[in-house]
Design a protein around this ligand. Sequence first.
Ligand code: ZN
Length: 70
Amino acid sequence: MSDLADMAQGKIEMHAAASLGHRQPEGPKATGACLWCAEPLPPGTRWCGAECRDGWEREKRLREIARGGQ
Ligand SMILES: [Zn+2]
């Protein structure tokens, strides 16, 4: 049992380290285009503005709810 607990703990720590390394809590990578309206963007930019980011975040939240999250 303790082995399983250790493995789980290791996984959690790896995950925490990964998210600390990248300051992008939302997860998606910049693709060179707006993630919401596909407008071409400079490298490292994920949305062309707050409206697109809000739309994207709203859809993400709806998808999480549909998947059974809260
Ligand atoms: Zn956009």
